[in-house]
Design a protein around this ligand. Structure first.
Ligand code: NI
Length: 154
């Protein structure tokens, strides 16, 4: 098999993968309603700032959330983390609180904030940071297929 080994020069590095740092990502979905409104401003100013997103009776989004953790490969499993564990923890800590909810009215973690994608991303980071195996590296929150916010805890 000498020919195969020489054709795959990385074979030696695969025997000792634990020094490599990788980022693994789980994507979850939820939908929720919100209204962008700053109660300290006039109705006219809110309409000017937020447009349709200021609609008094709320509107909905289909959010996608990418949760990325960083670590080295466990030689026993070949995984950085078990993504099934990440899935369960993200459901427990995030989607169970946000899915099919009104972000202005139903979510304690967002109380007193304007529920923009930015503020929601910070709230989600706080729900997850320190709770997952591996090191939480980054979250990306997609409000639409074209708009997203990234946050890494800074
Ligand atoms: Ni919106």
């Amino acid at each position: 098999m000498g020919l195969a080994a020489s054709a795959h020069g990385s074979i030696d590095t695969l025997k000792s993968p634990s020094t490599s740092t990788l980022i693994v990502t789980r994507r979850v979905h939820f939908n929720a309603a919100h209204r962008l409104h700053n109660p300290e401003l006039s109705d006219a100013e809110n309409r000017r700032l937020f447009g349709l997103c200021n609609n008094a009776n709320f509107h909905g989004h289909n959010y996608e959330l990418d949760v990325s953790v960083e670590g080295t490969i466990d030689p026993t499993t070949g995984y950085v983390v078990d993504l099934g564990v990440i899935k369960r923890l993200v459901e427990e800590r995030v989607t169970s609180k946000l899915d099919h909810r009104n972000l202005n009215l139903d979510v304690l973690e967002l109380a007193g904030t304007i529920p923009t994608t930015e503020n929601l991303a910070v709230a989600i980071w706080r729900m997850l940071n320190g709770a997952l195996p591996g090191r939480l590296k980054k979250i990306v929150l997609w409000e639409t297929p074209r708009n997203c916010v990234e946050y890494d805890g800074r």
